[in-house]
Ligand binder design. Structure first.
Ligand code: ATP
Ligand code: MG
Length: 401
């Protein structure tokens, strides 16, 4: 059916997954600009995105279709995922124009980040000629940057760009994928039916270990206070993993288990270590709290089937440190000392240092541990001294630029 005066909104994106930020922007655009309908068009092969990480097109389309089913004016379109090759918006707009009739007015709805990039798209002159643009503010994209881009697009291409008056929502697909990867809730970030779809297929998860169940079991072994500490260590480890370029999920798993044996009594710790065949040196025998590192690692291995040696090593040595510490070892040791519930003198300095020089931060944590042990007139574990010596050699070189 052709109706020449129709006003159609178009929302393109990877929708990996679609979320309430997309839906709220589209609905506000529909209302404010009197659109007859909004087409949601998941990109087939997005020119700007790294293909490997993008969920299969059919899945993204299904999620999009589920998300828009409840709104009479919304429709999911598969035109880009059906078109072979890379998807270019210019071609998509031409195709829609062709289908709906030349007089149909197209309104491309885009977040500020996408508007700022439109210059770099293929044939921007064709894009700006074929449609008006409705730009939605997005947290993280400075207003001035957007204004500059818009002014330039108007001048260079005669672009018609309108700002969408609606509160910006700080939701992104990247954030949703990351939250799912570390078992954080995404409820109310996206439609419930899309969340169910994701959960049923376990999208965006790496499922070697059932971490949802593991978190429940570990938290039941710990007091509320200790579990809060663990959650702080999780958050900080994941943040540091991101900064230093190691797998976030691995850092997350390591942090979940790191203290699982912490609250066993001293006798129980020593008994379980003997039972599990963990060799303890004399210092650890005389300070059984030190045994919670090796014991937590062994419990993670035997009760939770964690078999990744890097994870187990980081847990094993998170209290004492060790020689030749890996990035993961340093991250856990540092996060354990500096997570938000910790509160010793000088902690702010270490927190700041951790963001720019992990070796220096690890050294500061080790020094703090050593000073604390000495203040209690206890023996310092030789591994801590060795680790500190190594770290002092490296910390000068480790400044991130
Ligand atoms: P990713 O983090 O994977 O890039 P995304 O959340 O940016 O995902 P896309 O599928 O890349 O979502 O975005 C499709 C379109 O929707 C883009 O124009 C983008 O700017 C816009 N958009 C995404 N999230 C929001 C939001 N919260 N508010 C307004 N517009 C948004
Ligand atoms: Mg995006």
């Amino acid at each position: 059916m052709r109706d020449d005066n129709r006003r159609i909104g178009i929302m393109g994106g990877s929708f990996d997954p679609i979320h309430n930020g997309h839906l709220a922007a589209a609905e506000a655009a529909r209302r404010n600009f009197g659109l007859d309908s909004v087409l949601f068009i998941p990109a087939g092969k997005a020119p700007h995105k790294n293909d490997g990480a993008v969920t299969r097109a059919a899945r993204r389309f299904e999620m999009t279709a589920l998300a828009v089913a409840g709104n009479l004016y919304f429709e999911a379109s598969s035109i880009e995922i059906e078109r072979p090759g890379v998807s270019y918006t210019a071609d998509t707009l031409d195709e829609i124009k062709w289908r709906h009739g030349k007089k149909t007015k197209l309104f491309f709805i885009a977040g500020a980040d996408a508007v700022a990039e439109m210059f770099t798209w293929k044939s921007p002159e064709r894009v700006f000629k074929a449609c008006s643009v409705i730009a939605a503010a997005r947290p993280g994209v400075a207003g001035e940057t957007l204004d500059r881009q818009i002014a330039a697009a108007r001048e260079r291409y005669g672009a018609r760009i309108f700002m969408l008056e609606t509160p910006p929502l700080a939701i992104s697909s990247t954030d949703i994928r990351r939250r799912i990867q570390i078992e954080r809730p995404v409820r109310y970030f996206l439609p419930e039916i899309v969340e169910q779809y994701i959960n049923q297929r376990r999208l965006y998860r790496d499922d070697r270990y059932d971490m949802e169940a593991a978190e429940r079991r570990v938290s039941s072994k710990l007091s509320d206070k200790r579990w809060r500490h663990t959650m702080g260590v999780i958050d900080d480890s994941v943040r540091l993993a991101e900064i230093y370029g190691i797998n976030r999920r691995k850092a997350y798993i390591t942090a979940v288990f790191h203290d699982c044996a912490k609250e066993l009594s001293s006798e129980e710790k020593l008994r379980r270590c003997d039972e599990l065949g963990i060799q303890l040196d004399n210092i650890t025998r005389s300070q059984p709290d030190l045994a919670h590192g090796p014991l937590s690692a062994e419990i993670a291995r035997t009760e939770f089937n964690v078999d990744d040696p890097e994870i187990l090593n980081a847990i094993r040595f998170h209290t004492t440190g060790c020689e030749q510490m890996s990035l993961l070892d340093k991250i856990l040791l540092t996060a354990d000392c500096t997570e938000p519930n910790r509160n010793h003198a000088g902690i702010e300095e270490i927190r700041k240092t951790a963001l720019i020089n992990l070796d220096k931060a690890t050294a500061l944590c080790l020094r703090m541990k050593i000073a604390y042990t000495e203040s209690k007139r206890q023996m310092v574990h030789p591994l801590s001294l060795k680790a500190l010596k190594e770290m002092e050699g490296m910390e000068e070189m480790g400044d991130k630029i």
